[in-house]
Design a protein around this ligand. Structure first.
Ligand SMILES: Nc1ncnc2c1ncn2[C@@H]1O[C@H](COP(=O)(O)OP(=O)(O)OP(=O)(O)O)[C@@H](O)[C@H]1O
Ligand SMILES: [Mg+2]
Length: 243
């Protein structure tokens, strides 16, 4: 689990704590404000949905919370690490240690097999051990129901199978948090349901915090917490469900 120093007054207890986050993009003629003074606290093990209209800034926010991008101003702590104070290299180290990311478009490497794609994050870690990594990757592929497809490249896998490989890849470094940006946006209803169930099962089995962006109100309602991003502000829906 995450080691946090609760004696320090500046260390937040939330697994994700964002304070006064502002993000804007410099266009040719003007500055486009995406959100400003945004606050958010997420606690370990929670399932959190973020919804909002297309263009409202959901992917931008998720990318910042996942340390892939940086906010213009504000403070962000992820697993106790002060992300706003880190350089790119340090942020990459935080990502490797704590974070798994599932993209809408899967983003698997086409020339690698399913097994190699899943093993990839471990290759970047110090002390990489091939046989051990392979064993872990095979176990995860089995967990997502793809034991027999491990030697296939993404080209011959269905959309749902590719997304399951992507989930296995996000899990291999045993992250504290999984971020998923419309993980079922490109899948048919039945396959989407399977992938959603898988994410919720992993959240329950491993206590992995799940933060997902979705356009699907039913999926959002299945999460314990539901935030809506609108006009650059986050509003939490009062009703909570949980699976
Ligand atoms: N690199 C960029 N350059 C210019 N504008 C950008 C850039 N990235 C994002 N934007 C703009 O920022 C706004 C928020 O984009 P974002 O992708 O976060 O929206 P979203 O809520 O994820 O939308 P969708 O539901 O369609 O995925 C949009 O108006 C988008 O055009
Ligand atoms: Mg988006």
């Amino acid at each position: 689990m995450v080691q946090q120093d609760f004696t320090s007054p500046i260390m937040p207890q939330a697994i994700i704590s964002a304070q006064q986050l502002t993000q804007s993009i410099q266009l040719q003629q003007q500055t486009l404000s995406i959100f400003s003074a945004l606050n958010l606290e997420i606690f370990a093990g929670e399932q959190v949905a973020i919804t909002g209209r297309s263009g409202s800034g959901k992917s931008t926010l998720l990318g910042i919370l996942a340390t892939l991008d940086q906010a213009v101003t504000g403070q962000l702590y992820v697993c106790g690490e002060p992300i706003h104070a880190l350089n790119e290299e340090q942020r990459a180290a935080v990502r490797l240690k704590y974070i798994g990311f599932v993209f809408q478009s899967f983003q698997l490497l086409p020339h690698l097999t399913a097994l190699e794609n899943v093993m990839l994050p471990l290759r970047l870690q110090p002390g990489f051990h091939y046989a051990k990594a392979e064993q872990q990757a095979r176990a995860l592929l089995a967990r997502v129901g793809l034991e027999r497809q491990s030697a296939q490249t993404p080209r011959v896998l269905s959309g749902g199978e590719q997304q399951r490989v992507a989930i296995a890849r996000a899990l291999i470094s045993e992250p504290e948090i999984i971020f998923a940006d419309e993980p079922t946006g490109n899948l048919d209803g039945h396959t989407a349901e399977e992938i959603e169930q898988l994410l919720f099962d992993l959240n329950r089995e491993r206590g992995t915090t799940l933060v997902l962006v979705t356009h699907d109100p039913q999926l959002a309602a299945r999460c314990q917490r539901h935030f809506e991003l609108r006009d650059g502000q986050l509003t939490e829906h009062a009703e909570t469900a949980g699976v």
